[in-house]
Design a protein around this ligand. Structure first.
Ligand code: GLA
Length: 367
C-alpha cells in the first residue's frame, strides 16, 4: 500500500492511499484508491470502470457504514452486469434500436439490451481501465481518471477524450466532474451508477428510505423502457416525490409505468434554475440511521432506479447477496434516447466544444 497524499499526513488531514486491486483477464493491473476525509469517512474507487467500490459514512451517532453495493474483488466488477458504482458511457441509459442519425448519417451501435443500446454498449466505459492520477488540496482528496474512447468504439463516432474526477471532501461529499472532447461530431451522456443503501449495503431493502426529487415531470417509457417522448406531470401519480415520501409507499401500485419498470426505473425532469450551476436534484433520508444523501447536479435529468433487476444471486461485499430493491440509484444524466428525441435537451458534442457536467453526492445526518 502506498500513501500518496498529502505528504506528511497527520490525523488532522485527509489522505489518499493506493493499493493493488488485481489484474484484468487480459493482464492489466488495476488499483484501488482509498480517499479518506479528515473525519475518517472514506471513498474507495478503482480505476477499473471508475467504479466507486465503497463509501463509508457516519450515522447520527458517528458509526461508519458502507452505503454502496459492490464487490470485494476485481473479478466481481469484471463479471458485473448491474453497473455497480461504475462510470457509465459513452451514452448513459438506452438508445432505441441502437441507432441514431447525425448530419444525415446513421450510426449503428452495439445492441446489448434487446434491440436497444444500454449504457454504452457491450464494452462500455464501465469495463475500461482508466489512467489514474491523484492530488489533494487542503480539504479534499481527488482521483482523476482518463480514458480515450476510440472512433467507432461500440459504433459511436469520434475519438472521445474523457476525464472523470472524483473529489472526496472533508464535508463527506463526493463530487464527480465529467469532461470530454471529441474530434468528430458525436453524442455523449456520462453518469455514475452507484447503488445506495443508506442503512448499509447488504442490510435489506430500501423501501423505507424517504425520497424527495425536485421534479414536476418524468419521462414515461414503453415496454422496452424507451421514453415515449412525453413529459408527464408527476402530480397525482406514484412518481410525485416533490414531498419526502417512502420509496416503497406506492411502488406496488397498479400503475402502468411502475409495471413497465418493474418498479421505478424512470428519468425525472429536474426543475432547473436559470444559472446553470449545480442545483439540488434529490434528497434521501434513512430514518433509522439518520443518514441523509443530497444529490446536486448540473444535469437536466435523473434516472431513479430501485434495483428491480437485482436478483440476489451474485454475492457482493462481505458475501452479502443483493436481492431485488436492496438499493436505489440516482443517475444524473441527459434523458434516455435523446439522440432520437428532438424535443429532449441535446446530447450532441461537436469538435472544439467541451462536455462538462458536475454531480455531487453529499452525506450528512439528521437527528
Ligand atoms: C439503469 C437502467 C435500468 C437497468 C440498470 C442497470 O438504471 O435504466 O433499466 O438497466 O441501469 O441494471
Amino acid at each position: 500500500m502506498t500513501t500518496l497524499a498529502p505528504t506528511g499526513a497527520t490525523p488532522q488531514h485527509g489522505s489518499t492511499t493506493k493499493k493493488p486491486f488485481g489484474k484484468t483477464p487480459d493482464g492489466q493491473p488495476v488499483d484501488l484508491f482509498v480517499l479518506t476525509s479528515k473525519g475518517g469517512a472514506e471513498a474507495s474507487v478503482t480505476n477499473y470502470g471508475g467504479a466507486v467500490v465503497s463509501l463509508r459514512v457516519p450515522d447520527r451517532n458517528g458509526k461508519l457504514a458502507d452505503v454502496v453495493l459492490g464487490y470485494d474483488a476485481l473479478d466481481g466488477y469484471v463479471n458485473d452486469k448491474a453497473y455497480f458504482g461504475a462510470i457509465v458511457g459513452r451514452y448513459g441509459n438506452r438508445i432505441a434500436h441502437a441507432q441514431f442519425v447525425l448530419d444525415g448519417k446513421t450510426y449503428a451501435l452495439a445492441k446489448n439490451n434487446g434491440d436497444n443500446s444500454l449504457h454504452g454498449g457491450i464494452k462500455g466505459f464501465n469495463k475500461a481501465v482508466w489512467t489514474a492520477k491523484t492530488f489533494s488540496v487542503q480539504d479534499s482528496q481527488s482521483l482523476e481518471l482518463s480514458y480515450l474512447s476510440k472512433d467507432g468504439e461500440e459504433g459511436f463516432p469520434g475519438n472521445l477524450k474523457v476525464t472523470v474526477t472524483y473529489t472526496w471532501t472533508d464535508a463527506n461529499a463526493l463530487r464527480i466532474e465529467y469532461s470530454a472532447t471529441t474530434d468528430k461530431k458525436t453524442v455523449v451522456n456520462l453518469t455514475n451508477h452507484s447503488y445506495f443503501n443508506l442503512a448499509g449495503q447488504g442490510s435489506g431493502d430500501i423501501l423505507g428510505h424517504l425520497l424527495t426529487i425536485e421534479a414536476d415531470q418524468f419521462t414515461p417509457v414503453d415496454s422496452g423502457l424507451i421514453p415515449t417522448g412525453e413529459l408527464r406531470d408527476v402530480m397525482g401519480t406514484p412518481f410525485d416525490f416533490r414531498k419526502a415520501t417512502d420509496i416503497g409507499a406506492r411502488i406496488n401500485q397498479d400503475d402502468e409505468q411502475l409495471k413497465l419498470g418493474g418498479g421505478y426505473d424512470h428519468n425525472f425532469v429536474l426543475r432547473m434554475p436559470m444559472d446553470h450551476g449545480e442545483y439540488l436534484a434529490a434528497r434521501v433520508l434513512e430514518p433509522a440511521s439518520g443518514r441523509v444523501l443530497e444529490v446536486r447536479t448540473t444535469e437536466p435529468g435523473v434516472q431513479f432506479y430501485t434495483g428491480n433487476f437485482l436478483d440476489g444471486k451474485t454475492p457482493g461485499k462481505g458475501g452479502h447477496p443483493y436481492p431485488r430493491r436492496n438499493a436505489f440509484c440516482l443517475e444524473t444524466q441527459h434523458f434516455p434516447d435523446s439522440p432520437n428525441q428532438p424535443k429532449f435537451p441535446s446530447v450532441v458534442l461537436n469538435p472544439g466544444e467541451r462536455y462538462h457536467t458536475v454531480t455531487t453526492y453529499k452525506f450528512s445526518t439528521e437527528k
